[in-house]
Write a protein of this length. Structure first.
Length: 278
């Protein structure tokens, strides 16, 4: 028999979602502790099969989803992001954020939100550049000024439900590699990446980069060439090794490392012959 989830348990799950906990396993672990230590402290615990106090995984997913939807201020994600940006700026006046809404490349009309019969939302914002989101906090700017001589620029894919590249600008500190700026562009081309880098550079006028470690990506290399001058490209060794042989051969043309900074070629192998006595 399927029992409804207890209202106290349901409210506790909603509170965890409001606190930023969205992982089902984590919410379930905290809820079981809540049932054991607060609802039935000093009493006999109900059976683990009692879904009233021990909901099924699908029950957790449904409650978490409804709580997250109820907390949204709009069905359009970028509208929620715009409101979230306003919230971040009011909470921290020192944070630097640039947000420009998504643009349908085939539309020339003004900003319009359309919803079809299936509930799919399309946002048309013709006549403007594409989507751009750049974020950097005060402590990230401090680390970039201190350790920004050698930087790592990397993009991640398929980490969100949108087919948008998420770029990380990282530096190596005295502890570990730290992300010092993030940005999202609508198109992964050199002009879009260069625009985001120029914004980050305008926020950090004292930033002097001498070397950049990047993937074998023409868009990233061309964007760095247009924004920075007199620096060195360092291709990521892990990415280069995992690429096909012909790509690795072509990548040597884009590794702009002066000859005096290149490592000398390794010595030829020495052949050793060992005679075994019979």
């Amino acid at each position: 028999m399927r029992l409804p989830v207890d209202d106290r348990v349901r409210q506790f799950i909603r509170q965890q979602v409001a606190d930023g906990i969205h992982n089902v396993a984590e919410v379930q672990r905290h809820t079981e502790v809540y049932v054991r230590r607060q609802l039935f402290e000093g009493q006999q615990l109900p059976s683990k099969f009692n879904r009233r106090f021990y909901p099924h995984r699908r029950d957790y997913e449904n409650i978490i989803y409804r709580a997250r939807v109820a907390a949204m201020k709009s069905l359009v994600d970028q509208e929620n992001l715009r409101l979230k940006v306003d919230e971040w700026k009011s909470a921290d006046p020192n944070v630097c954020i640039i947000f420009r809404p998504y643009v349908d490349p085939e539309s020339t009309a003004d900003f319009v939100c359309l919803t079809d019969a299936d509930g799919n939302v399309e946002v048309h914002c013709g006549g403007q550049p594409g989507l751009l989101f750049v974020h950097q906090t005060h402590w990230q700017r401090r680390l970039l000024r201190r350790y920004g001589s050698i930087c790592l620029l990397d993009a991640t894919y398929k980490t969100t439900r949108y087919a948008l590249p998420l770029f990380f600008l990282c530096v190596r500190t005295n502890v570990h590699y730290i992300v010092v700026a993030t940005f999202v562009t609508q198109n992964e081309d050199s002009s879009s990446i260069a625009e985001a880098l120029r914004i980050i550079r305008s926020w950090n006028p004292e930033w002097t980069a001498t070397s950049f470690m990047v993937d074998f990506c023409e868009a990233e290399i061309n964007a760095l060439n247009s924004v920075f001058t007199g620096f060195v490209h360092l291709l990521c060794r892990v990415r280069t090794v995992t690429q096909p042989q012909h790509t690795r051969a072509n990548s040597q043309q884009h590794c702009f490392i002066p000859r005096n900074r290149r490592h000398p070629p390794p010595p030829p192998p020495i052949s050793l012959q060992v005679e075994t006595s019979r």
